[in-house]
Design a binder for this molecule. Sequence first.
Ligand code: MN
Length: 203
Amino acid sequence: MALHLHYDDLPHGVDFGPSVAVDTETMGLSLVRDRLCLMQLSAGDGDCHLVQFFGRNYAAPNLRALLSDPNVEKLFHFARFDVAMIQQYLEVDATPLYCTKIASKLVRTFTDRHGLKDLCRDLIGVEISKQQQSSDWGAETLTQDQLAYAASDVLHLHALQARLDVLLEREGRSAMARACFDFIPWRARLDRQGWDEVDIFAH
Ligand code: MN
């Protein structure tokens, strides 16, 4: 595993192939209050590129081009939050996209455990730590523990997607999953515009 730390943008010419796993770390879970601090990206090859936004410069032309590239699928776990953050700070829709949490909810209906740690353990036999989850991602210098934790959130998404795709196919829910993934940018806009606690489909 190799970690590559960059500031404010990806360097020009980093190639992730047809699908890139993406995660964000922020100051907290509020889309109006908490800023985007770090973005992690992996092609699923064991390497991770981390982009730190310490200077609050979100121009990031290379990163925006990658995230909005229609030929590159973006893999997330709980895309709803990351996609909203990316809309807010980088002003692009990270599409086309895939969400391992939604896929899990559509096929693993025998459990209510759909956290990344649960999926890694149950689907690919990998133990990941969530210890650094609530650390200070706004720090000027991130610790090795923070960087390793942040990377572990994207390193396994390709393997999870492969397992979940088999289950979606088996249960006949691939089209339903695709429709849910495609709706996420609009779910994120509803969140950002005040419908975050409201289910507009409810009676
Ligand atoms: Mn994370």
